[in-house]
Write a protein that binds this ligand. Structure first.
Ligand code: GUN
Length: 292
C-alpha cells in the first residue's frame, strides 16, 4: 500500500481563500475589519519567523494586524499592561502571545489575562476547560489541533469509534488534540515520555498523531497497516552538506511509513501551514462575534 500524502499546503490555501472572501464580504457590508494583535517577548529566531508569517498571512487576507515586540527582560507588569489595553481595544478582535515566554514571566498567568473572547489561540483556561468539557463549546479551538482535525477529515470524514493515539501531552498541541479527537468520538490514548512500550501502543492506532519533538521517533513497524499518520514535528537537524546547513525532519520515518499507512502528512507541507490558516479563521470568527 502506498499512502495518500495529505497536502496541508493546499488545504491551508483553500481555508485562507475562504477567509479572505469572508473578510471582503464583511467589509463590503460595512462591518469592521478583523484585527489581530501579536505579542512577542524576546528575540527567539523561530518565534520571530512564526510571528512574521502570521502578520504576512493577515496582510494577504485583508485582516488588520499589529505586532508588539518587547525586550527579553520585560517584566510581568509591563506585559500585563499591554494585554489589558488590547483586551479593550475595539479594533483588535484577536490577541496572540507567542510562546514560549522568557523564564521570568509565568506563561499561565499571562494566558489567563487575555480576554477569552479574543483568545484566538484557545489557550485561556476557560477555553481549555470548555474544550475538555463535553457539554460546552469553547470560544476558540487551538489552531494546530483544529488544523490536525481538518487534515484527518480530508481523508476520513467520520472518526467515530476509531482508535487514536496521540504522542505528546503539551498544552499547545498534544492535550488539546487528544480532547478534540475524543469530542469527535475517537477512542483516545495519550502517550508521553513515561509511556511504557510506546511502539506497542502506537501499533493499536487507526489514527496516529505524533507531536513528540523528536526527529524520526516513529518507525515504520510502529504503524498499523492502513493507519492515518499525522506528523506535527518540525526538527532542525544539522546537515553540513545541505544548502542551509540543516534539514527539516518530522517526528516519523516518512519513507518507511509511506508504504504502510493509508495516509500521512509530509514535513514540511503538512500540519505547519494549517496552524496559520486556522489562526486566520479564528480571527475572522472573533470579529464575526463582535457586533460592530
Ligand atoms: N508557539 C508554538 N506554537 C504556538 C502557537 O500555536 N501559538 C502561540 N501563541 N505560540 C506558539
Amino acid at each position: 500500500m502506498t499512502a495518500v500524502i495529505i497536502d496541508g499546503k493546499k488545504i491551508a490555501e483553500g481555508i485562507r481563500n475562504e477567509v479572505g472572501i469572508a473578510v471582503k464580504e464583511r467589509i463590503a457590508a460595512g462591518l469592521s475589519v478583523p484585527g489581530l494583535a501579536t505579542v512577542l517577548v524576546g528575540n527567539d529566531p523561530a518565534s520571530q519567523i512564526y510571528v512574521r508569517n502570521k502578520m504576512k498571512a493577515c496582510d494577504r487576507l485583508g485582516i488588520y494586524s499589529v505586532s508588539y515586540t518587547l525586550p527579553e527582560d520585560t517584566d510581568f507588569e509591563t506585559l500585563k499592561e499591554l494585554i489589558n489595553q488590547l483586551n479593550v481595544a475595539p479594533e483588535i478582535h484577536g490577541i496572540l502571545v507567542q510562546l514560549p515566554l522568557p523564564p521570568q514571566i509565568d506563561e499561565y498567568s499571562v494566558l489567563s489575562m487575555i480576554n477569552p473572547q479574543k483568545d484566538v489561540d484557545g489557550f485561556h483556561p476557560i477555553n481549555a476547560g470548555m474544550l475538555a468539557r463535553k457539554e460546552s463549546e469553547p470560544w476558540f479551538i487551538p489552531c494546530t489541533s483544529a488544523g490536525i482535525l481538518r487534515l484527518i477529515h480530508s481523508v476520513q470524514p467520520d472518526i467515530t469509534g476509531m482508535e487514536a493515539v496521540v504522542i505528546g501531552r503539551s498544552s499547545i498541541v498534544g492535550m488539546p488534540t487528544a480532547q478534540l479527537l475524543c469530542r469527535n468520538n475517537a477512542t483516545v490514548t495519550i502517550c508521553h515520555t513515561k509511556t511504557v512500550n510506546l511502539a506497542a501502543v502506537c501499533r493499536r492506532a487507526d489514527l496516529l498523531v505524533v507531536a513528540a519533538g523528536h526527529s524520526k521517533l516513529v518507525k515504520g513497524d510502529w504503524v498499523k497497516p492502513g493507519a492515518i499518520v499525522i506528523d506535527v514535528g518540525i526538527n532542525r537537524v544539522n546537515t553540513p552538506d545541505s544548502p542551509k546547513g540543516y534539514i527539516l525532519t518530522g517526528d516519523t520515518e516518512f519513507d518507511e511509513i509511506v508504504n504502510i499507512a493509508k495516509a500521512i502528512t509530509p514535513v514540511p507541507g503538512g500540519v505547519g501551514p494549517m496552524t496559520i490558516a486556522m489562526l486566520m479563521q479564528n480571527t475572522l470568527l472573533a470579529a464575526s462575534r463582535y457586533s460592530a
